[in-house]
Design a protein around this ligand. Structure first.
Ligand code: DLL
Length: 432
């Protein structure tokens, strides 16, 4: 099932022709209407006519988060302000937020991409989509909303939070598609169980989870607890919001909607483009955006590209599940650690609950990593010896897989704060 078969299954040859045409139009437009780009191109002696093939994209300069900050709020817009029909803002926690704008055309494109994403998860016009992404400046809520409406599904604009009501509505309205962050999906499952309900009491079929990194093991947990197909959706405000890439039911990578975006993976240290299959930083170029076209945006998200044809029939390149952000990575005594690696180890051992947090401190000049993870009530009130054994087991496995020695602290159920949006996995208390 596809929303737009022609676009999603287009031959690579035609797709690349289309990409080149759209790339050239975009480059022309930003050169003419966005002083930042004109300057950046001129600095390295590039004119729009120099872009003759898709490979020429590599000649263009990168765009960073800092460029958004330096030109805050409207400096990167390529249309007059009265063409803008919507603003959103990134959820950045440091410095000024990033403001992004959409024309009518952009809102329509975004809805199309989200309709495609919903169909990837098996949604139809008969679906009831419970949208528990936050509504507001965050792109999750309204992004999914417009896509679900375009599809003709019934959308429940419930936003995040008030989880008991969330569960009740899910049951009473017969929700079949749930959209929220993966960490919130787990919390919903927990509340469901507390309310004495089981998946059999619901009509849930699939979930579209994203906005934060999550491991394959986390997928298994969610699928088991909710008895659904759990699929990954990727996106970011600077590019459009959710719907840049979406996993199909093959669950083997997320298709980047390449008729609207061009994906590259670079070595974050050198900026060099990496061959297919090598892990690096995802760089995205928009080729149909009107209000805010973005050239070679450095996402800081780590992934690799897979150009092989997918069994689902879609021809668009796939990114593998994002393992983390370059700036999410914590360096503990010189060792790079991503929260998803820890998550993967914990869930593989499988004797803890899927709620964890990493706490980094510095004692003297030594970094200390503590991993707090919840265990079940029964386990917690069990013999101390059993808890110690489990702590050792986790410690050893983390040590052998990540190469870092961490203090493991098993904590009581519900000690770790639950999130209704993006989970906070790392608390870095080092003053560096
Ligand atoms: O999180 C857009 C979104 C909403 C995506 C709902 C999916 C679902 P921002 O708030 O701008 O936008 O944050 C973007 O979130 O650069 C990634 O680091 C992270 N991220 C988004 N989706 C995924 C994912 C939205 N599926 C930043 N896996 C991105 C891992 C993700 N990380």
């Amino acid at each position: 099932m596809y929303w737009n078969r022609e676009a999603e299954c287009m031959s690579r040859e035609r797709l690349q022709e289309l990409q080149l045409k759209r790339l050239r139009e975009t480059v022309e437009r930003v050169y003419n209407y966005v002083p930042h780009y004109r300057r950046a191109f001129q600095d390295i002696g590039i004119e729009p006519e120099d872009i003759r093939s898709l490979d020429d994209l590599q000649k263009l300069p990168f765009t960073n988060k800092q460029d958004f900050r330096d030109t805050y709020p409207f400096g990167l817009f390529a249309v007059a302000k009265n063409e803008i029909v919507r603003f959103h803002s990134s959820s950045g926690t440091t410095g000024k937020p990033t403001v992004v704008g959409y024309t009518k055309g952009d809102v329509a494109t975004w809805a199309e991409l989200m309709a495609r994403s919903l169909v990837c998860a098996g949604a139809t016009r008969n679906s009831v989509v419970q949208n528990a992404y936050g509504y507001g400046l965050f792109t999750g809520g309204l992004g999914v909303h417009y896509g679900a409406e375009l599809l003709g599904a019934a959308v429940i604009p419930i936003s995040g939070g008030n989880t008991k009501r969330q569960v009740m509505i899910m049951k009473d309205l017969g929700t079949d598609i749930l959209t929220c962050t993966p960490s919130y999906a787990l919390y919903i499952a927990e509340v469901m169980a507390e309310m004495g309900l089981s998946p059999a009491d619901f009509n849930l079929k699939a979930g579209i989870f994203g906005a934060e990194p999550w491991s394959e093991n986390m997928r298994q947990q969610i699928e088991e607890k909710l008895q659904i197909n759990a699929l990954d959706i990727y996106g970011l405000s600077e590019i459009i919001g959710p719907g840049v890439a979406m996993e199909c039911c093959e669950k083997d990578g997320l298709h980047v909607f390449e008729d609207h975006f061009i994906a590259e993976v670079i070595d974050p240290a050198t900026g060099e483009v990496l061959p297919y299959g090598e892990t690096g930083e995802l760089v995205l170029t928009t080729i149909t955006k009107e209000a805010l076209p973005v050239i070679r945006y450095r996402t800081r998200d780590l992934t690799k590209l897979n150009p092989e044809l997918c069994l689902c029939g879609r021809t668009h390149v796939r990114i593998s599940k994002i393992t983390g952000r370059t700036d999410d990575m914590i360096i503990v005594r010189g060792v790079n650690v991503f929260p998803t690696q820890v998550e993967s180890v914990l869930l593989e051992i499988g004797e803890t609950e899927p709620h964890y947090q990493l706490i980094v401190t510095r004692e003297g000049s030594l970094d200390m990593l503590e991993i707090q993870v919840e265990v079940s009530e029964a386990m917690f009130s069990d013999e101390v010896k059993r808890l110690e054994e489990l702590e050792h087991k986790i410690h050893d496995k983390i040590n052998s897989i990540l190469g870092v020695s961490a203090k493991i602290r098993l904590v009581e159920p519900k000690t770790i704060p639950r999130s209704e949006g993006k989970a906070r996995r790392v608390i870095d208390k080092r003053q560096i």
